[in-house]
Design a binder for this molecule. Structure first.
Ligand code: PXP
Length: 239
C-alpha cells in the first residue's frame, strides 16, 4: 500500500522567519509519525533557508519510520549524507533564487556526476531516488545512473489550470510509472500534491510513496497536525 512521506521543511520555514527555536520540525515529525506518516522528508538546502544541520542530526536519531534526505548532488551534501546515513537520499536540482524546487533533475546532462553520487551513497547502504520530470528520456538516464527510485515531479500536474491539461499531465505520469517499473525502478512522487489532486493521482496506482509538505502544513495550521496527517493518509490508502 502506498505511503505518506511527510515533508516538514515548512515547519522550519516558520521557525526561521523569527530565527528562534519554534515551531520545531523535530516535534512535527514525531507528531506526523504518530498520526500515520510512514516516512519523514527534509530538504537540507545549500543556503540552509529552512532545515538546519541540527535538524538533520536530531531527526536521524529520532525518526522511527524512514528518513528521506532531499539534497543537491554536491560534494558537501554527499559528505553529510555519508556521515548521517538517512535511509534514503533524494537527489534534487537546486537554484538559490527559487522559492521551491522548480523542476526535475537533468539526469541526461549531468549523468556522470549523478552516477558518481549515486554510487557513493549506495555503496554506503543508502537507497537513492532521483527527482525527475515525467519524461521518458530522463527516466532512461535515471536507470543508467544506478539509482533505486525515481521521484516523479508532480508540479506540472498540480498546477494544471483545467481538467484537460490535468488529464494530459496524468497520462505523462502514468507513462513514467510504467517505464520506471519496466526498467526495475521504484516510483515515488511529490510536489504540489494536495487533498484534492491526490485522488486522481493515487487512482492510477504504481506510486509507492508520496512526499507531501505544503498542503499538509497549511491544513495543520488550521486543524492541527494529527488531523491533517490522518486526512491525507486516509486519501492515500483508500484512493
Ligand atoms: N518532493 C520534492 C523533491 C520537493 O522538492 C518538494 C518540495 O520541497 C516536495 C516533494 C514537497 O512538495 P510540497 O511542499 O509542494 O508538498
Amino acid at each position: 500500500m502506498a505511503k505518506l512521506g511527510l515533508n516538514v521543511d515548512h515547519v522550519a520555514t516558520v521557525r526561521q522567519a523569527r530565527g528562534g527555536v519554534e515551531p520545531d520540525p523535530v516535534t512535527a515529525a514525531a507528531m506526523g509519525e504518530l498520526a500515520g506518516a510512514e516516512g519523514i522528508t527534509i530538504h537540507l538546502r545549500e543556503d540552509r533557508r529552512h532545515i538546519q544541520d541540527r535538524d538533520l542530526e536530531i531527526l536521524r536519531r529520532t525518526v522511527k519510520t524512514k528518513l528521506n534526505l532531499e539534497m543537491a548532488a554536491t560534494q558537501e551534501m554527499v559528505r553529510i549524507a555519508l556521515r548521517t546515513k538517512p535511509e534514503q537520499v533524494t537527489l534534487v536540482p537546486e537554484k538559490r533564487q527559487e522559492l521551491t524546487t522548480e523542476g526535475g533533475l537533468d539526469v541526461i546532462l549531468n549523468l556522470k556526476s549523478i552516477t558518481d553520487a549515486v554510487k557513493r551513497l549506495r555503496d554506503n547502504g543508502i537507497v537513492v531516488s532521483l527527482f525527475v520530470d515525467p519524461d521518458q528520456e530522463q527516466i532512461k538516464a535515471a536507470s543508467k545512473s544506478g539509482a533505486d527510485y525515481i521521484e516523479i515531479h508532480t508540479g506540472a500536474f498540480a498546477a494544471a489550470p483545467d481538467w484537460q491539461t490535468q488529464k494530459r499531465e496524468l497520462d505523462e505520469i502514468d507513462a513514467a510509472i510504467k517505464l520506471a517499473t519496466k526498467v526495475g525502478m521504484g516510483v515515488n512522487a511529490g510536489h504540489g500534491i494536495n487533498y484534492v489532486n491526490i485522488k486522481p493521482l493515487a487512482a492510477i496506482g504504481g506510486i509507492e510513496e508520496y512526499n507531501i509538505g505544503h498542503s499538509i502544513m497549511a491544513r495543520a495550521i488550521l486543524v492541527g497536525m494529527d488531523r491533517a496527517v490522518k486526512d491525507m493518509v486516509e486519501l492515500i490508502k483508500y484512493a
